[in-house]
Design a protein around this ligand. Structure first.
Ligand SMILES: [Zn+2]
Ligand SMILES: [Zn+2]
Length: 318
């Protein structure tokens, strides 16, 4: 049984590496100009039109079963505006999101063929996670780096020249880190870690022939072995990453990050809605303040004594 996470906000589950990488990306010279050019030249519109024109649309009357799943996932992770959904005729298991103002999600036919309902909830939840955290613009920018100097570079009339090396790396690094946040959102959507692991195994390329023999334990063991790699400090993994050409590489690494989150107990705290206070309380050193009115809090109250804002859910034990 999947529980509805009322009022779920990305601050409750955002991966700290994502936030950090975003900070440094936003501090990198040239990002602003690049973003403005990107939007002005209609590159993101180009992606959107291309997707709408070449894929099958899923609606409440067309492939209604898939549409219902999308609506259910949106409901679980607190998304009111259900994004448009399209199916791409591609046998691999994948999904992506385009469209900054009106996001639309594309899932491959392979994903629909090979994923169970719960696995699909993870995949859709992951994509909606990108929408919730407003990742789409920078993602599209990072995605077009792959073609910089090529198709998109020409199309954008010199956009490639704006992509300095530091900016390129910052975008790339952030786009990878943002996957960790989206994975957490995906897990919150399907609420079944085993099904997340089996999705990763299928995405990692498990041959069709062995789809009935999924060995989650050995995959988890493989993922856990990555823990010794401190990829916050080393740039080695970035180099490895840049040599891979796939949208969602390193399923193993992503699983490792998700395992850590589950084991830390934070995932359960979000499910139990104990993380709601992260939105309402600002922590500064050992002090706490009401985010709404900046009143200094004792740290134990349920409501702000100054503005009356509820600070903590009633079921939270202090
Ligand atoms: Zn993603
Ligand atoms: Zn207040």
């Amino acid at each position: 049984m999947v529980s509805i996470l009322e009022g779920l906000h990305p601050h409750e589950y955002e991966h700290p590496f994502d936030a950090k990488a975003l900070d440094s990306l936003q501090g990198t010279a040239g990002l602003e100009i690049l973003s403005r050019k990107f939007l002005k030249n209609g590159i993101e519109r180009f992606y959107t039109i291309q997707c709408r024109g070449s894929n099958l649309q899923v609606t409440s009357s067309n492939y209604a079963e898939i549409y219902k799943q999308l609506v259910d996932v949106c409901n679980v992770i607190n998304v009111e505006a259900v994004p448009d959904l399209y199916i791409e005729s591609d046998g691999s298991i994948n999904a992506m999101t385009v469209g900054v103002d009106n996001p639309l999600i594309i899932v491959t036919a392979g994903a629909i063929d090979h994923l169970s309902q719960s696995e699909m909830a993870f995949l859709l939840g992951h994509e909606i996670g990108h929408v919730k955290s407003r990742h789409v613009l920078y993602h599209l920018m990072a995605g077009s780096l792959a073609f910089a100097g090529g198709v998109v570079g020409d199309y954008t009339l010199g956009l490639g020249n704006l992509l300095t090396m530091p900016l390129r790396w910052a975008l790339f690094r952030w786009s990878r880190m943002s996957e960790f946040t989206a994975d957490r959102c995906g897990l919150l959507a399907c609420q079944d870690f085993d099904n997340v692991v089996s999705t990763f195994i299928k995405m990692a390329g498990l041959p069709e022939k062995y789809r009935d023999q999924i060995d989650r334990q050995s995959f988890i063991k493989q993922a856990s072995e990555f823990e010794s790699l401190d990829f916050e400090k080393t740039s080695k993994w970035l180099k490895l990453a840049s040599s891979l050409n796939r949208t969602h590489p390193w399923t193993v690494l992503r699983s490792a990050e998700l395992i850590k989150w589950v084991e830390s107990g934070e995932y359960q705290q979000v499910l139990d809605r104990q993380t709601v206070d992260r939105l309402r309380i600002r922590y500064e050193g050992s002090f706490q303040f009401c985010r709404r009115c900046s009143y200094r809090l004792q740290g134990t109250e349920r409501f702000c004594n100054s503005c009356g804002q509820e600070l903590r859910p009633s079921n939270q034990i202090l």
